[in-house]
Design a protein around this ligand. Structure first.
Ligand code: SAM
Length: 221
């Protein structure tokens, strides 16, 4: 089927372009053993995040939605020695698995995992006067995406990258009648982005080992 060929091509490309990575293999195994849902970014998407962070020369990264820290590790590996990544996770169990994985990957000293509803933590970060982030990756509860977009603008600066995952949802994003809260959240996010003059963005549709989806990459102007 078409899904099989997408997966096969992903595996082929990864074999050519991504070094074998026993640590990331262990991370995915640890996630599976802890019964975390396998909704992390794919290896090729993880590497893409890594490349974007490198290109940007990002020193401060914010991630909303940690899960087991798979994307966190890809991003953290792009940080300089004095860089920092703050990642927000609702589930204490996910955060615990993530912390162990970050340790495994040797990036714990660069990453702070904060447990709680993302919106609450973002307000706390703002109150504490956190420095703006160079790259913000939105990948948590999709109904809150419009709110996360507001916060991303609040906590960024000119030139910051804002990336949002899972915006295509097998094409359901174009269904204005959808009752799916995730689709509704993405559509509200897209409407907000359409109105937002401070962000220049584009959407890239993706196929591969995680099926048909896509992400937004935007730059704060
Ligand atoms: N970025 C991860 C990766 O690629 O490896 C995947 C993140 S997963 C798609 C979404 C995560 O967001 C889940 O671990 C979920 O528990 C978390 N989440 C859900 N609601 C949240 C909220 N209100 N605040 C923070 N995190 C939340």
């Amino acid at each position: 089927s078409i899904y099989e060929i997408w997966n096969e091509v992903d595996l082929y490309m990864n074999d050519k372009l991504i070094q074998p990575d026993p640590i990331l293999d262990e991370v995915l195994k640890a996630n599976q053993e802890a019964e975390l849902p396998a909704i992390d970014v794919s290896p090729s998407q993880g590497k893409f995040l890594h490349l974007l962070a490198s290109l940007k020369g990002a020193k401060r990264i914010l991630e909303i939605g940690t899960l087991g820290g798979y994307s966190t590790i890809w991003l953290a590996r792009a940080l300089p020695k004095d860089g920092q990544l703050i990642t927000l996770e609702l589930s204490a169990q996910h955060a615990e698995v993530a912390r162990a994985n970050l340790k495994r990957a040797g990036v714990s000293h660069l990453v702070e995992v904060i447990v709680g509803p993302g919106l609450d933590t973002l307000a706390v970060l703002k109150d504490k006067g956190t420095d703006p982030f160079d790259l913000i990756f939105i990948d948590a509860d999709k109904p809150n995406n419009p709110n996360y977009l507001k916060w991303a603008l609040e906590l960024s600066k000119r030139g910051s990258l804002i990336i949002c995952d899972n915006v295509v949802r097998q094409g359901h994003v174009v269904n204005s009648e959808s009752k799916d809260e995730n689709v509704k959240g993405i559509r509200q996010f897209m409407n907000a982005l359409a109105q937002e003059k401070r962000i220049s963005a584009t959407a890239i549709q993706t196929v591969g080992s995680k099926g048909y989806d896509g992400f937004i990459v935007g730059v704060v102007e």
